[in-house]
Design a protein around this ligand. Sequence first.
Ligand code: UTP
Length: 293
Amino acid sequence: MRKQTVRKAVYPAAGLGTRFLPATKAMPKEMLPLVDKPLIQYAVEEAVDSGIEHIIIITGRGKSAIEDHFDVSFELESLLEEKHAGERLTVVRDISEMADVAYVRQKKALGLGHAVLRAKDLVGREPFAVVLADDVIASSVPCLKQLITVYEQQQASVIALMEVPKDRISAYGVVDAEAVNGSPGVFRIKRLVEKPKADAAPSNLAIIGRYVLAPEIFETIERTGPGANGEIQLTDALNNLLEQKPVYGLKFEGTRYDAGDKLGFLKATVEFALMREDLGNEFRSYLQSLHLA
Ligand code: UTP
């Protein structure tokens, strides 16, 4: 079989972001900034740093700020040029030059699986990544790159996994899986369970928002009916895919923040600010001055 590389990444961004209201009433969740950069930009940078060439963003109503963000802004660029603000100009230009971005609309938020299916024509018959921008990951090797490496070894779909304590597991999709001998962190998945009760969870390994998928997933989603919340779930489609083809999981190296949730967003903001060369020291001193009990 000819080995295929992963060139395209799909960003489902058509959800309503109800956990972050009222901020997300008129603004896409994906545009919430961590320090000074929107979540979606962190996620696109991760893909570009992983060798991805084509970005496909699934948008919905009220999401035009995402398209404007990755577009050229003539007014802003000429203003910064006039002001000789070279560094800021580079920051702005780099965003529009970062990658080739295409957009597809999902007219109704019918679920994550349905959103991914909207990319079928643009992806074609090749493996592709799926990235949920509100899962922000800090790692030395980009999480997507870690998954692509496993995809290239196994030539089969791979999803990112994270250990979650028992009292939090019911908020996630959880896998029943067995470790692959000789490949540290890699698991062969037997079954996926969406949001199980703690006692019924098949493991402590939860699915997070990074996937590398074989193109057969599209036909599988087409055959998948509505599941939890009446939505077409990617997890259900993956369970169907498992019956035809192997699916692997990777316990990736790095820290994931759920920035689509208020507390997760606050934690990510603090940690990303502390990591910044230009702000970290001053921000650390400020936090220390709070003398929290
Ligand atoms: P979430 O479960 O986080 O849903 O979706 P949400 O609507 O964005 O946010 P809450 O839960 O109401 O606060 C996971 C990802 O799938 C996308 C979302 O944009 C998010 O990136 N999604 C979800 C779609 O693109 N379309 C859908 O129909 C559902």
